[in-house]
Design a protein around this ligand. Structure first.
Ligand SMILES: Nc1nc2c(c(=O)[nH]1)N[C@H]1C(S)=C(S)[C@@H](COP(=O)(O)OP(=O)(O)OC[C@H]3O[C@@H](n4cnc5c(=O)[nH]c(N)nc54)[C@H](O)[C@@H]3O)O[C@H]1N2
Ligand SMILES: Nc1nc2c(c(=O)[nH]1)N[C@H]1C(S)=C(S)[C@@H](COP(=O)(O)OP(=O)(O)OC[C@H]3O[C@@H](n4cnc5c(=O)[nH]c(N)nc54)[C@H](O)[C@@H]3O)O[C@H]1N2
Ligand code: SF4
Ligand SMILES: [Mo]
Length: 733
């Protein structure tokens, strides 16, 4: 049996063998998948163990006080309707909130039904893991390209020079760069004579496999990138055609060059060196190498996003890609063309259309920062959150000041979680609704195929039948109905979406189905569930779709269970740009204004020690620690520290780590792979009170007791996990 692995962003094809009781005998890489070509990691290989974990919830749970009881689905949804109803009656819809976690970016249910649920809740209190992750990228792309989803990816298979900051794909398998077998693709760059340079405060496994590793002080990437931009201008390494306002060999239309040049003069390589610790000569050399390379791509990920100047960093990454002529050209930083199409944005991108109640933080992409979730639950007054829905999230372990969220959740009047486990977050819910297992669920990666390094599509229908439970799509649809105070058939939600989408498609000028009859189009759709019908519609409307002169529809994906290769990335800046100027905005005012904050950083006293995070190959954020084969060995919760710091501070095997937000006692792992003055603790641990037996036995500590929800990247509202000031002290008896 074939299916896509849903566990991380690499979308590997898996070949799964089942025994006669439908239990997984083995999970291997699918060699006939044209994209992943047989690659698999230890997590994918453990998919069966995850699905068969005895601690998984199999039926809805209702909590009364400290006791949980299993109930039937109707009873569970009645309880949800009553819970929402009471809160709405007393406090209105602004008292409702939704938190969507990372796995919901991978599931069909998350992709198709979270928007339906959010609309039904009728609240602006929408939070997700995006503000603990990539929101700086959306905001930077929104301002520069007019579209928050226009995030370029490095054209890994063709590039001659990969400059990678704050990413460790040897452990993470890549992020906002969907690339199964990242290790193999990186090796191939070097094999064809290319170069890979990694910038990271730790010498990671990725750095070990690169041509060059550059240590950098956490949180200072914008200085490094500004230093490069400075050199590109000062040494005239960028091809500028002033008359046409274009940049680089491929003549990228740009606006704001003069403003950009003016701010970049403030950041010489020497100033950058003082902040980053990277020698000025190295910065100058890298700028020259990027400019001289036949093709080059700058790629920056979580280490640079979850930082105080996250959005500035993402802006400058794309600025360097533009100035070196590498944006939108093969081998450079390119946009994917996913099979499910989207309707172009017609309004200018902006943030702050509304602000959070307590701290006045601006929304970005319709979301409020998860860093202010606890404030909104704890602080009395009109609009206080009284009821919360969590879907596939564990913010108590994953959000900044997570333990504070754990203390705030019991203050809610009502909480419902859609999750497979009773964990640190869901144990506070009144009702928990468990989705079916992975193999009982369909898979199509709506979100991540939009960031793939090769255009590709693959659909996996559910491999195993549902027992008596609803699919996750149906759970979300029924939750939406409960939230809206409606009764009836959840399939109506799908028909509504299909109707509205088709109506829009036939009226939009230039649409492939402009002027056609919606009833006729509806009649062409095929699929066994509402989700499949919607996928069929999206594929048909998409760039390779049957309604667009192509061949793709649901049936084509069903006929090709190994997936369909849709070819290498294609230049498409013209179609992607939706700024008002129809140019790449190199100096958007909001970003240029934020440079003042970066300048203030220079005058700040530098903390002696700062905390960063890290990912581990056999973990996935907070939720894979209950599979015995995935924990233990190198996958333990230790604080990496340079031996010089251990000596300097007179530490033993453990230390007490303190930040402005909290304090933890942690085992130390001295290693010269981490630079002096920096310590690293993985997140997602801290399962001491978990009912998950394996996880509790390997509990670790919650790194997010140290991260501070008061710190955010101001433009995007993103959480700051890297560069958190801490002090260390010996453990005293
Ligand atoms: N200190 C620090 N903190 C971090 C980070 C960091 O680098 N450092 N990284 C951040 C990042 S990038 C992210 S994305 C967040 C992640 O944070 P969250 O999005 O909150 O995700 P997880 O903690 O992984 O929790 C996922 C939950 O989903 C459940 N689940 C798994 N599969 C499914 C499914 O198919 N359906 C449903 N309904 N539930 C499912 C799991 O049981 C688990 O409870 O963490 C962030 N936190
Ligand atoms: N095995 C595994 N895979 C995963 C996940 C997981 O938890 N485990 N999580 C998934 C998720 S949700 C995401 S978002 C992706 C993330 O994927 P990646 O972005 O590759 O994340 P990490 O592996 O945490 O690598 C981040 C690197 O940034 C470095 N760093 C920290 N601070 C700084 C800084 O200030 N500047 C620079 N230049 N570097 C810094 C860290 O040392 C670390 O090596 O991974 C996904 N894949
Ligand atoms: S790399 Fe990611 S998608 Fe591939 S098998 Fe591992 S967890 Fe699954
Ligand atoms: Mo993430």
């Amino acid at each position: 049996m074939l299916r896509t692995c849903p566990l991380c962003e690499a979308v590997c094809g898996l070949q799964i063998e089942l025994d006669e009781h439908d239990r997984v005998v083995s999970a291997r890489g699918d060699r006939d998948d044209p994209f992943s070509k047989g690659f698999i990691c230890p997590k994918g290989a453990s998919l069966g163990k995850l699905d068969e974990d005895p601690d998984l919830l199999r039926a809805p749970m209702i909590r009364t006080g400290d006791t949980w009881r299993e109930v039937g689905w109707d009873e569970a949804f009645d309880a949800v309707a009553a819970g929402f109803g009471a809160v709405v009656a007393e406090h209105g819809r602004s008292a409702l909130a939704l938190y969507a976690g990372n796995p919901s970016a991978h599931t069909v249910a998350g992709g198709l039904y979270l928007p339906v649920l959010l609309r039904a809740l009728g609240t602006r209190s929408f939070f997700s893991a995006s503000t603990a992750d990539q929101m700086p990228k959306h905001v930077a792309s929104g301002f520069m390209f007019g579209d928050p989803l226009a995030i370029p990816v490095p054209d890994l298979d063709r590039t001659d020079y990969l400059f990678m900051l704050g990413a460790n794909p040897m452990e993470s398998n890549g992020s906002l760069c969907t690339a199964p077998d990242f290790p193999g693709r990186m090796k191939a760059i070097r094999a064809r004579g290319g170069k890979v340079v990694v910038v990271d405060p730790r010498r990671t496994r990725t750095a070990d496999r690169a041509d060059e590793h550059i240590f950098i002080r956490p949180g200072t990437d914008p200085f490094l990138l500004f230093g490069i931009v400075h050199v590109l201008f000062a040494d005239e390494l960028t091809e500028i055609d002033v008359r046409s306002g274009t940049c680089g060999a491929t003549k990228i239309p740009v606006a704001g060059l003069d403003e950009l040049r003016a701010v970049a003069t403030l950041f010489s390589p020497e100033i950058a060196e003082a902040q980053t610790g990277v020698p000025a000569a190295t910065i100058t050399r890298i700028a020259h190498e990027l400019a001289a390379a036949k093709t080059a791509a700058v790629y920056a990920r979580i280490g640079t996003c979850t930082a105080e100047f996250g959005t500035l960093a993402q802006w400058l990454v794309e600025v360097v890609n533009v100035l070196t002529g590498n944006l939108d050209r093969p081998g450079g930083a390119m946009f994917a063309t996913p099979a499910v199409g989207r309707i172009r944005r017609s309004r200018p991108y902006r943030t702050g259309r509304w602000t959070s109640r307590v701290r006045g933080l601006p929304e970005a992409n319709g979301e409020l920062p998860v860093a202010t979730l606890a404030d909104e639950i704890e602080t009395p007054g009109e609009g206080r959150i009284r009821a919360l829905v969590t879907v596939a999230g564990n913010p108590v372990l994953s959000a900044p000041s997570g333990d504070r969220i754990g203390r705030a959740l019991p203050e809610l009047d009502f909480m419902v979680s859609v999750d497979r486990y009773l964990n640190e977050t869901t144990r506070h819910a009144n009702v928990v609704l468990p989705p079916p297992t992975t193999l009982q669920s369909p898979h199509y990666d709506f979100a991540l195929l939009g960031f793939a390094v090769r255009n590709y599509a693959r659909y996996s229908p559910p491999a195993l039948p549902l027992d008596a439970q609803p699919s996750e799509a149906e759970i979300l649809a029924r939750l939406a109905m409960a939230a809206a105070g409606q009764a009836g058939d959840p399939a109506l939600a799908d028909e509504l979406v299909i109707g509205t989408t088709l109506q829009k498609a036939v009226t939009v000028a230039g649409s492939p189905v402009e002027g056609r009859d919606t009833a006729e189009l509806r009649a062409e759709l095929r699929g066994e569930t509402g989700a499949e019908l919607r996928l069929d519609m999206m594929l048909r409307l998409g760039p390779y779709g049957e309604w667009n002169g192509g061949t793709l529809n649901l049936q084509a994906l069903l006929d090709n269970p190994h997936g369909i290769d849709l070819g290498p990335l294609q230049p498409q800046l013209d179609e992607r740009l939706c700024t008002e100027s129809r140019r790449v905005e190199l100096a958007p005012p909001a970003l240029v204004d934020d440079v003042a904050r970066l300048r203030e950083y220079i005058a700040r006293a530098r903390p002696e020690l700062v905390l960063i995070g890290r990912r581990q190959l056999r973990s996935n954020n907070s939720w894979m620690h209950n599979v015995a084969s995935l924990v233990g060995g190198s996958n333990t919760c230790t604080l990496q520290i340079n031996p010089a710091d251990v000596d300097r501070l007179g530490l033993g095997d453990q230390a007490v780590v303190k930040s402005a937000a909290g304090e933890l006692t942690v085992p130390l792992e001295p290693t010269d792979a981490i630079m002096p003055g920096v310590v690293s603790l993985p997140h997602g641990w801290g399962h001491a009170r978990s009912t998950q037996s394996v996880a509790a036995a390997n509990a670790g500590v919650n790194a997010n007791e140290l991260t501070d929800d008061a710190l955010i990247d101001v433009l995007s509202g993103n959480a700051v996990f890297n560069g958190v000031p801490v002090t260390l002290a010996p453990v005293t008896a």
